[in-house]
Ligand binder design. Structure first.
Ligand SMILES: Nc1ncnc2c1ncn2[C@@H]1O[C@H](COP(=O)(O)OP(=O)(O)O)[C@@H](O)[C@H]1O
Ligand SMILES: O=P(O)(O)OC[C@H](O)CO
Length: 494
């Protein structure tokens, strides 16, 4: 008899992955494929939607082939968020490349809109977000305004838009289903997170016809079937999926994912807590019609700074080598690297910031660059953690971590020293995929409930805070001076 399994699709910024999980939450099979990053103009980042789909489909097929005789009970999807695809409902063809969350082309549009009386407050009140190019709305509007004939087609109801989850479901169902889940919808700037609907005033503000938008579903629940008859039963933005996979189900529980970017999310229960410290209020997930929320801090360059040292600067051959070099010294010798390559996210929200390296001396070499890169990841997350503690009024009990760069012990130790909190790496670090699998599995009765999921979560290693407080404070002061030098570098355009 073939074993029952759940398949998770983890469509990330740099790769598409498919993982097969068994009833014990063990990974039975995994496949991964990187895809092309397009940087047509400095500050722009695009993906080819067809390549996203092809790589995702290939990994799905490969993972299933590796798993052998299995019975797939359901599919769950976790995806890079905010990245927007606009396609023709009749032909199914995208009208433009996907504009990626890191893309800053709409910075000037956002700045001008924000100058209008009351707009920033209205956007924050309704969506929980900032008027920043990070989110989907201005990216979709850019496509409508720049692709010939797109706006007219959209007005006629011929175009669909969606985040990558919507695009994958559209493809998986052979163009039958145009849906998203509430966690993804909450990243668009078009969704009212309190009234749980697309917001007419936001649609008008950004010039997006309502007919383009997907139907919003629960994050856990059968929303449809693939062309092969497998239920699609879970969908969430990858950071929310990771929060679920880390079993952060209680108010105040937090996780940080160290992927391309870094995303610190704290569960706030059924309260949409408004940040006083420049964080975002976001939907964690909606299950059986009940929405739970999270506070989020988003850092745009996390593990990607290590990739940059490897691929562009050629200072190392592998990401692991960067960590090894960083671990070989106690500090960066006064060097600070602020990787504001795509502007700065929370808490600065400065799309005009650009990368800087300051504090170089004649003794600065690649080892110091590697150390400074690893430290920069931790400094950015530490800034978010401070905001989160200030917002919630309680110290973090522990910080659960995951993502590719969470493999780096030196990073996690430095994080614990900076934030003075236990940093906990779980046994299963594939928490994004696991979260998507759990959301799908719960919907089809594969797992019993959150209690069971909580019991399954297990620590692999705890990084205890160490280090001299004064020394740490001095380093943080240095980091913040360096950040000031990165801000407002790119000139604003009219
Ligand atoms: N040993 C390591 N030390 C530091 N960073 C690492 C290490 N291994 C991988 N990374 C970083 O992790 C990132 C990939 O993480 P992943 O979670 O797969 O990203 P994403 O889901 O955003 O595509 C890359 O940016 C890479 O540089
Ligand atoms: O694909 P990741 O893991 O870098 O995550 C990207 C985020 O969802 C962007 O908000």
């Amino acid at each position: 008899m073939s074993a029952d399994v759940i398949v998770a699709l983890d469509q990330g910024t740099t790769s598409s992955r498919a993982l097969v999980f068994d009833r014990d939450s063990r990974i039975v099979a995994v496949a991964q494929k990187e895809f092309t990053q397009h940087y047509p103009v400095p500050g722009w980042v695009e993906h080819d939607p067809e390549e996203i789909w092809q790589t995702q489909k290939q990994t799905l097929d490969e993972a299933l082939a590796e798993a052998g005789e299995v019975n797939v009970r359901a599919i769950g999807i976790a995806n890079q968020r905010e990245t927007v695809v606009v396609w023709d409902r009749n032909t199914g063809a995208p009208v433009y490349n996907a504009i990626v969350w890191q893309d800053r082309r709409t910075a000037d549009t956002c700045r001008k809109m924000a100058a209008e009386d009351g707009v920033v407050a209205m956007v924050g009140d309704r969506t929980g977000l900032r008027l920043d190019p990070y989110f989907s709305a201005t990216k979709a509007a850019w496509i409508l305004n720049h692709v010939e004939g797109a706006r007219e087609k959209a007005e006629r109801g011929e175009l669909a838009m969606g985040t990558v989850d919507s695009w994958l479901v559209w493809k998986l169902t052979g163009g039958k289903l145009h849906v998203t889940d509430e966690s993804n919808a909450s990243r668009s700037l078009l969704y009212n997170i309190h009234e749980h609907c697309w917001d007419d005033e936001m649609l008008e503000l950004f010039g997006i016809p309502r007919s383009m938008l997907p139907k919003v579903c629960d994050s856990s629940g059968i929303c449809g079937e693939t062309s092969d008859g497998v239920p699609i039963a879970g969908m969430a933005g990858d950071q929310q999926a990771a929060l679920f996979g880390q079993a952060c189900f209680e108010k105040g529980m937090a996780k940080n994912t160290y992927g391309t970017g870094c995303f610190l999310l704290m569960h706030t229960g059924t309260d949409a807590v408004r940040s006083e410290n420049d964080l975002l209020t976001t939907v964690a997930w909606r299950i059986r019609g009940v929405t739970e929320y999270a506070l989020e801090g988003s850092v745009f360059m996390g593990g990607a700074v290590v990739q940059w040292l490897r691929d562009e600067m050629k200072m190392v051959e592998t990401a692991a080598e960067c960590s090894e070099l960083a671990a070989s010294v106690d500090d960066a010798g006064g060097l600070f690297l602020v990787p504001a390559f795509a502007g700065l996210g929370a808490p600065h929200w400065d799309p005009y910031a650009r990368g800087v390296a300051v504090g170089m001396t004649r003794g600065t070499g690649r080892t110091q660059f590697c150390r400074a890169a690893i430290e920069a990841i931790a400094y950015q997350v530490n800034d978010l953690a401070e905001c989160m503690v200030a917002d919630s009024g309680v110290a973090l009990e522990e910080l659960r971590v995951d993502g590719g760069a969470a493999r780096s012990d030196v990073l996690l130790q430095f994080q614990a020293d900076l934030a003075q909190v236990d940093v906990v790496r779980p046994e299963v670090v594939e928490t994004t995929a696991l979260g998507a699998a759990y959301l799908a599995g719960l919907a089809v009765g594969f797992w019993d409930g959150r209690e069971e999921i909580g019991r399954r979560w297990a620590k692999e290693r705890v990084f205890d805070p160490a280090g001299d407080k004064e020394e740490v404070d001095g380093k943080v002061r240095g980091w913040r001076r360096a950040v000031e030098r990165a801000k407002h570098w790119e000139e604003e355009k009219d």
